[in-house]
Design a protein around this ligand. Structure first.
Ligand SMILES: NC(=O)c1ccc[n+]([C@@H]2O[C@H](COP(=O)([O-])OP(=O)(O)OC[C@H]3O[C@@H](n4cnc5c(N)ncnc54)[C@H](O)[C@@H]3O)[C@@H](O)[C@H]2O)c1
Length: 264
């Protein structure tokens, strides 16, 4: 689309093999962006504008390899979408004493590693390139839970609150050097790879529900003013806009893409 004028831009999308990341990859490819999917494994979507580079965002060496390869191939980087993320529901304390669903050091460290350290590593390595170019955009995929908190997902929500804080601070540090940093906080979305049976079982437990009751809740959209869950493409649209020069004066903010939902 000419209004966005993204043709020929170079973008890295982390976690682009599934869910929201894949929707972003598809949309950017359609708009003529050269897209690098940086994920643990390759997804099913194939396009002439897309390459896959196996990447673990939580590992500095792996991130360095990916960013070096992108610069070797394309010679520049216009946009980083920090989308890769994991969510392992767990309670702070379980009154029934079931340690399977209480936060432990392993779950805590894993979520911080991917959702928070991964965003730091990718942003640092890509940020250096963007600062040396004097231009670039970093888009952080947060979550509405990072703004509001979430029962059974306190650690996940805390990693997203940290990401919101990164967005604000890095926009202050990098703005002077021509780099914008923005965030997107999706609310309740259509199904993605994140919604595994392990995830649903754990989340249902933390909310005193059965998995069936939890699933019925997905279609009860009374808490969403627009009355429906979000489409993945509706997040991708915001990524495309944020990446474009149409958003050239937008930095340091996280946009809630949640159909008006602000509590939950
Ligand atoms: N689905 C939702 O309802 C929702 C709502 C709010 C926010 N989000 C956020 O959107 C982002 C995408 O979520 P999704 O629902 O599409 O999830 P998903 O599970 O469908 O996709 C996540 C992708 O990230 C990849 N990934 C995981 N760990 C990685 C690592 N260490 N290195 C590289 N890639 C890794 C996975 O392989 C997967 O392809 C996440 O940051 C999530 O927190 C999702």
């Amino acid at each position: 689309m000419e209004w966005l004028n993204l043709k020929g831009k170079i973008a890295i999308v982390t976690g682009g093999s599934s869910g929201i990341g894949q929707a972003v990859v598809k949309e950017l490819c359609q708009l003529g962006v050269k897209v690098v999917n940086a994920d643990l494994s390759e997804g099913s979507f194939i396009d002439e504008n897309l390459i896959f580079l196996e990447t673990n965002v939580a590992d500095r060496q792996s991130v360095e390899q990916t960013v070096n390869e992108v610069i070797k191939r394309y010679g520049k980087l216009d946009c980083l979408v920090n989308n890769a993320g994991i969510n392992i529901p767990a309670l702070l304390t379980d009154k029934q004493g079931n340690s399977d669903y209480e936060l432990n050091d392993r779950i805590f460290d894993k979520m911080i590693d991917v959702n928070q350290k991964g965003v730091f590593l990718m942003s640092q390595l890509c940020g250096r390139v963007m600062v040396s170019q004097g231009t670039g955009v970093i888009i952080n995929m947060s979550s509405e839970s990072g703004l509001e908190g979430s029962e059974g997902q306190s650690c996940y929500a805390a990693t997203k609150a940290a990401v919101n804080s990164f967005t604000r601070s890095w926009s202050k540090e990098l703005g002077k050097q021509g780099v914008r940093v923005v965030g997107i906080a999706p609310g309740i979305m259509e199904e993605t790879g994140l919604r595994t049976i392990e995830y649903e079982t754990a989340l249902a437990y933390t909310r005193d529900k059965t998995v069936e009751e939890l699933r019925q809740g997905y279609s009860q959209t009374g808490t969403i003013p627009l009355g429906r869950s979000g489409k993945l493409v509706e997040v991708a649209d915001v990524v495309a806009y944020f990446m474009s020069d149409r958003a050239s004066y937008v930095s340091g903010v996280t946009l809630n893409v949640a159909g008006g939902k602000t509590r939950g």
